[in-house]
Write a protein that binds this ligand. Structure first.
Ligand code: NDP
Ligand code: GDR
Length: 348
């Protein structure tokens, strides 16, 4: 039986990947960090919490990562943990550099010392291309990061390549474009919208405050994307791959389609609020996944319209169950209104 160690198992991708690998017959280990309140809702929601071996570790403590390798003795490491919210990286730039950037080296060093035969997946990101593009992006497109998060991810990208070339470690960068799901964190724009639309449709809320509606993103479906991570590590040679849908849409279109789904007019509920604008934003992203298709046989299954449906229907279903008094693991009821939280530097 193969063993996999997943960092970031409590996040969106970690939970879906764990489910996928369990179904493939893997023994799955995941690192979690000690928090004052347990944070396993996604694993419980997918019904896999009892099938996972949890190891306490933190990315800023490299010895805990080495210990996690010793305990799990994995064939494959999927390094997904990060401070993953671009907006927060402007507020916690140094912390993001350490957690999202330098910790990739800690993990690779731990692998090099413990067992360099372990295969390594790095959760790289389309954010490394940054702002200023209007062309479809592939593995050879130039990088110009536009946030502390993106700069940290670019560091992680290069250190992964350096360990591949210098030490012959089977290390791959998955350059994943945005991917979403009903397990997406509530601060990301798609889930913020689908959750608000569900509440507005049920009369629990009336308005939705957003930032840059003109930003374009290539949005895919997270369960499709975690399969690509696994497929990269099964190929004969390690490489870097763009994972995307090849379609791009504005935040405005995402909004419009979500409100359409419940028969409402988005313009009656959505207001632009400067507090949700970033100091610099990435205005266009669209990915070309030809290499992934040709080399590892990966293609996206769920595209934009279906993604919208999946997300709005699931948030609607959850709030309806909640109104009927049902209790089940789910994030939204405990999530404060975002206007209470915002302190970030606003674009003037
Ligand atoms: P999430 O924010 O949902 O999950 C992040 C995970 O990292 C959580 O499990 C979190 O733990 C963990 N984590 C954060 N800080 C630490 C730390 N100091 N020590 C240990 N664990 C930590 O992200 P996603 O699942 O969406 O993304 C997975 C990865 O892919 C991330 O690296 C992200 O940057 C990258 N990525 C994501 C894309 C997307 O569209 N989703 C696209 C491209 C790249 P906790 O639950 O305790 O907070
Ligand atoms: P992104 O995702 O920054 O692309 O990073 P996010 O959903 O946060 O933003 C997408 C775009 O929407 C605009 N936007 C808003 N964003 C948020 N969060 N809240 C708002 O109210 C709002 N209004 C407009 C943003 O300005 C931006 O242009 C995600 C993360 O998962 C990263 O970890 C990952 O690397 C990249 O995707 C690929």
């Amino acid at each position: 039986m193969k063993r996999a160690l997943i960092t970031g198992i409590t996040g969106q991708d970690g939970a879906y990947l764990a489910k996928f690998l369990i179904e493939k017959g893997y023994e799955v280990y995941g690192i979690y960090r000690r928090l004052s309140t347990p944070n396993f809702w996604r694993l419980q929601y997918l019904g896999i919490f009892d099938k996972i071996n949890l190891i306490s570790a933190d990315l800023i403590d490299e010895f805990s990562l080495l210990e996690a390798l010793k305990i799990s003795d994995p064939d494959e490491v999927y390094h997904l943990a990060a401070q993953s919210f671009v907006g927060a990286s402007f507020e916690q730039a140094v912390g993001t550099a350490q957690v999202t950037g330098v910790a990739v080296t800690s993990m690779l060093e731990a692998i090099r010392h413990y067992n360099p035969e372990i295969k390594f997946y790095q959760a790289s990101s389309s954010e490394i291309y940054g702002d200023g593009h209007d062309e479809i992006l592939n593995e050879n497109s130039p990088f110009k990061p536009s946030s502390p998060y993106a700069a940290a991810k670019l560091y992680g990208y290069w250190i992964t390549r350096i360990y591949r070339e210098a030490y012959d470690i089977f290390a791959c960068n998955g350059i994943l474009f945005n991917h979403e799901s009903p397990l997406r964190g509530l601060e990301f724009v798609t889930r913020k919208i689908s959750n608000a639309v569900a509440k507005i449709a049920l009369g629990l809320e009336n308005r939705l405050l957003l930032g840059n509606l003109d930003a374009k993103r290539d949005w895919g479906y997270a369960p499709d994307y975690v399969e690509a991570m696994y497929m990269m590590l099964q190929h004969e040679v390690p490489d870097d791959y763009v994972i995307a849908t090849g379609e791009t849409h504005t935040v405005r279109e995402f909004c419009e389609r979500c409100f359409d789904e419940v028969g409402l007019d988005w313009q009656e509920h959505v207001k632009v609020d400067k507090r949700f604008m970033r100091p610099i934003d990435v205005n266009f992203l669209c990915g070309d996944y030809t290499r992934a298709k040709e080399k590892i046989g990966w293609e996206p299954r769920v595209k934009f319209d279906e993604l919208v449906k999946i997300m709005v229907r699931e948030d609607l279903n959850r709030w309806e169950r909640w109104q009927n008094g049902e209790k089940f693991p789910w994030d939204a009821p405990n999530h404060p209104n975002e206007t209470k939280l915002i302190t970030r530097t606003v674009r003037s």
